[in-house]
Ligand binder design. Structure first.
Ligand code: HEC
Length: 90
């Protein structure tokens, strides 16, 4: 999981907000990873498919199978963060 986080910072961060709690991405159209993680049904499998197919605006990012596993595991892990309670804090 740490590997996935590092990879996200190196490869994805120029466009995506990759940390939990960031609600704005550097690239206007790129959804923050925490938001992606919260999409219902967004499993590692769905993420893998999304990464391989619907990324037309992205340069061709070639990830090793292991890197792909790491980074999708990292993204889905963001979902487990208890963000709702924190958002009530003024
Ligand atoms: C050059 C900018 C750029 C980089 C680098 C980039 N992305 Fe994206 N990504 C986008 C944009 C723009 C979108 C939204 C439009 C689209 O789907 O093409 C997007 C969408 C996504 C989606 C949602 C796809 C869907 O179908 O909902 C996922 C998941 C994603 N990116 C993961 C990643 C991961 C993981 C990395 C790093 C390995 C990464 N992106 C690197 C620009 C980028």
């Amino acid at each position: 999981m740490q590997a996935g986080r590092r990879l996200a910072h190196e490869v994805c961060a120029p466009c995506h907000a990759v940390e939990a709690g960031q609600d704005r991405s550097p690239h206007r159209q790129a959804p923050p990873f925490e938001q992606i993680a919260r999409v219902p049904g967004m499993t590692t499998t769905a993420l893998t498919v999304a990464l391989r197919t619907s990324h037309e605006t992205m340069p061709n990012i070639m990830l090793e199978p292991k890197e792909l596993r790491d980074v999708t595991a990292y993204i889905t892990s963001l979902r487990n963060r208890p963000a709702r309670d924190q958002s009530r804090v003024p």
